[in-house]
Structure formats: structure tokens, C-alpha cells
Unconditional design. Structure first.
Length: 135
């Protein structure tokens, strides 16, 4: 069973207002399912389709201000779907455009960034390493 989000939670994940998300639902811009009580729920895959678009508005300088000032350009925005701690290491799995990417980082780094399930983060791809950047 796919994970379903309330419109309010989905809006928060995408970084848009609740009102905008409701408009998207009514205009069929984003697919939703209806509960027995008539409430809308947004499937996880639908959110993944729009995550990369959340940072596309405005000019480049405005969009880049959301990222740390680093030389790496291969930053992929996704949502944390799995977070496991084992001693000194933490395994962070992101959902990016319907795909999964996993990074192994130190537990200290994950705790310092206060990473949580469902949180939107960026994966920085640099050569053979994947680093996690909290947004």
C-alpha cells in the first residue's frame, strides 16, 4: 500500500501553501485519492514528481540561495524515506523523482542536521560519493 499524505502535509513537503495544493487537486494538476469520508490524500509518488519543481521558480540567484555555497552542481532534491542508525554510521535513503538513492554518512552528521523521515533534503553527488545537505 503506497504511503498517502494529507493535503496539508503534502503542501509542507513541497514547500507550497495549502491553498495552492488544493487548487492543484481541483484542477487535476496533481493526482489524489479520495477517502471513504471524502477527504483527499496525495500518494507519495505524486509528491516525488513535484519535488524537483519546488525550487524552480524565480531567477537563478534566488533558487541558489536555498543551497549551501559549494562548488558541486549535482544537487538532487528529494524526501527522506528511510533513516537507519547503526553505531557510527547512518543510512539515509531519499526518494527523488520516483527513484531511490542511498547515502551512508556518520551518525554524528545525521544527528547534527536533525534528519527525520519525510524531510526534504538535497543529495550532493560528487564523484563516487553522495553527501546529504539539509535544506
Amino acid at each position: 500500500m503506497p504511503k498517502l499524505f494529507t493535503p496539508r502535509d503534502a503542501a509542507q513537503v513541497l514547500g507550497i501553501s495549502y491553498a495552492i495544493l488544493k487548487q492543484w487537486i481541483y484542477k487535476h494538476k496533481i493526482r489524489s485519492v479520495t477517502t471513504a469520508g471524502g477527504h483527499h490524500r496525495i500518494p507519495e509518488k505524486e509528491l516525488d514528481r513535484y519535488l524537483y519543481r519546488a525550487n524552480q521558480g524565480g531567477d537563478v540567484r534566488t533558487r541558489r540561495s536555498n543551497f549551501r555555497r559549494i562548488s558541486g552542481r549535482n544537487q538532487l532534491v528529494g524526501r527522506i524515506t528511510d533513516l537507519r542508525f547503526d553505531g557510527l554510521l547512518a543510512q539515509v535513503t531519499l526518494s527523488i523523482g520516483g527513484q531511490r538513492i542511498t547515502s551512508i554518512i556518520t551518525s554524528d552528521a545525521a544527528l547534527e542536521m536533525r534528519l527525520e523521515l519525510g524531510q526534504t533534503v538535497a543529495a550532493l553527488i560528487k564523484s563516487t560519493e553522495v553527501m546529504i545537505i539539509r535544506q
